[in-house]
Design a protein around this ligand. Structure first.
Ligand code: DC
Length: 226
């Protein structure tokens, strides 16, 4: 039997990673967070002191960084030139740098093969922006997750607050940053955030995590994938 791939795309703060992690745990699938890969590269660019708006400068250091993905207690870990940088990925500075540099073609090309090969030999749930459209066009189930902007900003705010990583950000500054990133992610030339034609739309604004999970499990059952 072939492996099952589930593609979960959508803007930030819709609950993709929470849903994907829980679903992976329940189904015994591997969860692959592709945003973490763009964030890992972003940490490298920032460490190099590069202006992330300078595409040429960013692309010129790409060959000197290697990224690897591993799993510890089922949690995805990101390694940058051998160093585990997982705890450094969720700051607003890295979020912005990842959103800016993920526009660049060479940056995307560096991650494309890594992402495809990770999903090729396992049952996987992969979340990102272009999974259903570019990375895994043959995924057996594609879900495009959305939520109202104010709901998404509040979720991100609560997440940062809980992790003690607010760093002076307010609900409105987070909402503004989020809108800016969403605009960039969905208007870029290379692999923009977009619903694949054959993706199912799931609005999580008024759903609990459990309800969102149930909705996807029902989609899998309808398709006789589980
Ligand atoms: O999902 P995330 O917020 O961790 O992603 C960080 C940034 O990486 C996001 O602004 C857009 C980019 N990204 C992308 O371009 N393609 C993906 N498949 C995943 C993330």
């Amino acid at each position: 039997m072939g492996y099952i791939n589930i593609a979960l795309d959508g803007p930030s703060g819709v609950g993709k990673s929470t849903i994907a992690k829980a679903l992976a745990g329940r189904l015994g699938f591997t969860y692959i967070d592709t945003g973490a890969m763009y964030r890992t590269l972003a940490v490298y660019f920032l460490r190099c002191g590069i202006n992330t708006d300078d595409e040429e400068a960013v692309c010129s250091v790409l060959s000197s960084c290697s990224i690897d993905t591993g799993y510890e207690d089922g949690q995805q870990q990101m390694y940058l030139n051998g160093e585990n940088v997982t705890s450094l990925l969720r700051t607003e500075e890295v979020s912005r740098a990842a959103s800016v540099t993920s526009q660049y073609k060479k940056v995307r090309e560096k991650l494309l093969d890594i992402q495809r090969s990770m999903a090729a030999y396992r049952n996987a749930i992969m979340d990102g922006r272009d999974i259903g459209t570019v990375i895994l066009p043959d995924a057996q189930l594609k879900v495009y997750v959305t939520a109202r902007p104010e709901v998404r900003a509040k979720r991100r705010y609560d997440q940062l607050l809980m992790q003690g990583k607010l760093c002076g950000a307010t609900l409105s500054s987070i909402e503004e940053d989020m809108r800016e990133r969403d605009y960039r992610d969905s208007h870029r030339e290379n692999a923009p955030l977009m619903k694949a034609e054959d993706a199912v739309l799931l609005d999580t604004s008024d759903l609990t995590e459990e309800e969102a999970l149930e909705a996807i499990i029902n989609m899998l059952k309808e398709r006789k994938l589980i």
